[in-house]
Design a protein around this ligand. Structure first.
Ligand SMILES: [Cu+2]
Length: 140
C-alpha cells in the first residue's frame, strides 16, 4: 500500500511539473520558453540575433496563466574553461499574450556553452553570483 502511494505521488508530481521548463524556486515561478529565432551561434563575421519567447507563471497554477515579472532579468551567459562572460544587452518586450520577447540576443560560437540565466534585477546584480541567479537553462 505504501509503495502504491509513493508511486502515485511520483506520477502526480511529474504531471504537475510537466510544463515547468525552468523552475525559479525562490519566487515560486515556472518559466516556459521557446526560440522564435535561432538560437544562432555566430562564427566570426556573422551577426545573427536570436529571439526567445518566455512565459512566467506561478508554480502551482495549473492553468499556467502568464504573470508579470518586474524584477527578473534575462541574461545570456557563456561558460568557458577558466572564464565566464556575458554578451551585449538584450531587449525585453512585453507581448499582448502575457509572455515576453527577449530579442537582440547575440551569441558567438566559442569553446564553451551559453546559458540563459534568470536573475534578480538589482543594482548590484552579478551574473556570476549564484545567490543572484533564480534559475537557468543551457542553450543547445
Ligand atoms: Cu567566450
Amino acid at each position: 500500500m505504501k509503495r502504491i502511494f509513493t508511486l502515485l505521488l511520483l506520477v502526480l508530481t511529474q504531471v504537475s511539473m510537466a510544463d515547468c521548463q525552468v523552475l525559479l524556486n525562490k519566487v515560486n515561478t515556472c518559466v516556459d520558453y521557446k526560440w522564435t529565432s535561432g538560437p544562432y551561434l555566430n562564427s566570426r563575421g556573422q551577426r545573427n540575433f536570436s529571439e526567445l519567447e518566455v512565459k512566467f507563471f506561478m508554480k502551482d497554477d495549473a492553468s499556467e496563466s502568464p504573470i508579470k515579472i518586474d524584477g527578473i532579468k534575462v541574461y545570456p551567459w557563456m561558460i568557458m574553461a577558466g572564464m565566464q562572460h556575458g554578451t551585449r544587452p538584450v531587449q525585453t518586450t512585453a507581448l499582448t499574450n502575457g509572455s515576453y520577447l527577449v530579442s537582440e540576443i547575440f551569441l558567438r560560437k566559442m569553446m564553451g556553452h551559453w546559458e540563459i540565466r534568470f536573475g534578480e534585477d538589482s543594482d548590484d546584480f552579478d551574473p556570476q553570483n549564484d545567490d543572484h541567479i533564480l534559475g537557468k537553462f543551457i542553450i543547445k
